[in-house]
Design a protein around this ligand. Sequence first.
Ligand code: 6PG
Length: 236
Amino acid sequence: METNISKTPQAVAEAFASHFIALAKANETLSVALSGGSTPKTLFDLLAEHHGKSIDWSRVHFYWGDERCVPPTDGDSNYKMTVDHLFSKIDFPEQNVHRVLGESEPDQEALRYAEQITDNLPSADGLPQFDLIILGMGGDGHTASIFPHEIKLLDSTGVCAVATHPESGQKRITLTGKVINNAKEICFLVTGAGKTEKIDEIFHQAGEWKSYPASYINPKEGKLTWFMDEAAAQKL
Ligand code: 6PG
């Protein structure tokens, strides 16, 4: 496991963007599962505005590590956020975007998306293997849409599962822990003082670390890097 600590969220995005560009150049095709939330917006804006031509986007296939069960036009949609901050600003083959159908019935969509991922990606240890999974971490230690109250989704046998947001009750589709940990590479992007305590507990295996799903993200054979700003990493 590696850490890459930068001064500011913008610098974190720049550090990760450099890594992502190198990965895209080194791989004929790159299957990447994106995270949602607010942190990736800085990265997507940066990629779109400064690296739109640095990457042969036809090599990159976009999936999501989790998606809210809402229509693609909904302000909560991780897909819509990615369109607004990245896809609307770069030239890429539309067929390379494999979105979760947030507008569909959740249980059916979890099965459909799992089948799409399984059909499209190579398999390792009997599970689909992403080249790269980008993850965020919530203030409660969740990652993707595996929340502490549903930590069992780390060990689900399926590729995808239906999750429930603990406060809003919003249904989500999430990759399960086994598929996440089957990736060739996992990169966390975590910024802000709101994440300091959880990062401290996870890295020092202290406090309530065992109840945080993010604590269990560690690719079996792949590479794990935490890209953080100084605020999130200030207790390391
Ligand atoms: C989502 C994300 C989720 C996110 C964390 C961190 O759909 O919300 O995939 O796992 O990465 O909640 O979100 P922020 O980047 O907004 O802190």
